[in-house]
Design a protein around this ligand. Sequence first.
Ligand code: F6P
Length: 553
Amino acid sequence: MSKLEQLPAWRALQARRTAHPLPVLRTLFRNDPARAARMQASACGITLDYSKNLLGEDEFALLLALVDEVGLAARVQAMFAGERINSTEARAALHVALRSPADARWAVGEVDVAAEVHAVLTRMRAFCERVRSGEWRGHRGGHITDVVNIGIGGSDLGPAMVCEALADCADSGLRMHFVSNVDGVQIRDVMRRCPPESTLFVVASKTFTTQETLANAHAARAWLVGALGDEAAVGAHFVAVSTNAAAVEAFGIDSANMFGFWDWVGGRFSLWSAIGLPIMLALGPARFDALLAGAHAMDEHFRSAPAALNLPVLMALIGIWNVNFLDASSQLIAPYHQRLHRLPAYLQQLDMESNGKSVRHDGAPVGVRTAPVLWGEQGINGQHAYFQLVHQGTQPVPVDFIGVLDAGREDEGLHRIAFANLVAQAEALMRGRSADEAEAEMCAAGLPAARIRALLPHRVFSGNRPSNTLLLERLDPFMLGALIAAYEHRTFVQGVIWDINSFDQWGVELGKQLAARVLGELDPLAPQAGEDAHDASTRGLVERYRAHLRSSV
Ligand code: F6P
């Protein structure tokens, strides 16, 4: 039995789960008129309603006790103090320093992190103002009309998601494009749409060794040089964001056009760093500052609010209850706002790359289930696709409904329809439809008794399906920053409870190594890989591709 399973609160939670039937939400709401008001928390313009979770008072109290028993306060302090909490890479995880005010004091070892962060922000602002104002010129003297971010994972998902989410306040007129896939299709589409003489490429890679990003960057560079007929054009059309200055220079980008960050910024926590350059280009420095301010406000809430009122802690505890005590193996993210449609993909990396682990800090097996499969897309489309399973499937799928109160530039009447659907879905999942209710409905519709009997099992919804509802007052840079930071801290808290390192990602390495080897073997002129190089299936797939290449020359 793992250390976690031996904690008194964990054992008590398990005992309750075994000894008591799950609470029935309809009954909880009926018997406790204050439940909804009590099971809410707000911070930074975001309200979390967690009352539609299968938690009674006792379970909730035990989850709060767990926070103390795992020593969360000390772990939070260690993160904010810049301790090397990413133990396997011996690094701090100090993304919170990226969004703190200029006069804050942060240190990693002897280094004054705050000064470095703000020095880069100052350079980013100056550069973005030049591009946005038209002062920055392309090789042929024209101003920039299109920005193409080339990156993948954390060097793509954050900027892409935020640029989309805040597109309504983008005022630069710049057209933003994101290329991450290396299959050639995405970059070709971008090349078709972008005029080379007015396109700026941002090559974003923390390591600057990522195969997909470098291959796409080389393709973009060849296209640009080919179109403008001059190697020297690269200087005016390429900038880089990286921690690896040597590799950036080797690629041919002047270090004056490189924006740096640091090894203590994890890729999936990096949109607040220079990785956010496309965001600043699209929205301007003031709105980027507001995004940082929103995240900082959530950081302050996270480190100071008591657990029972702490948004990220509550979100984490509910997740722990769902995963470890209700056996939920997935988590649906359902934003009811078109602009947030990339949020699930962003959160997927944040959560699954952080907590998709099976060993603890000390290398021993975790012993309990860790991160669920996080998935989703904007909720309205989901309702007409996979919500059937969420309502009547055989497995519990907890949902985070995310809504926005202010319609902004949207038509309020249309926005209201989306909001009504959000509320209705959460209610339907919670209350379900009993056999009596289903029968009464069919009787009222005049169905014959035999038909009612046949249809009844299909028309019953068990209900009692858990969800959170997160409401943002507005979709603006501040609140989006706060929302993202809330999810970041939620992921961190769950990592603390499971005692795993949320900041490394060794699981992605093996595939990368094998891909490099397979790439060499796919060359039809390369000798065939030896019998023992791969299993028969892998060898067969490689041979199939080589044969295809041979037959198509
Ligand atoms: O392969 C996973 C990963 O390392 C992510 O953690 C990271 O966000 C992404 O690849 C991109 O890495 P880089 O920014 O170094 O190109």
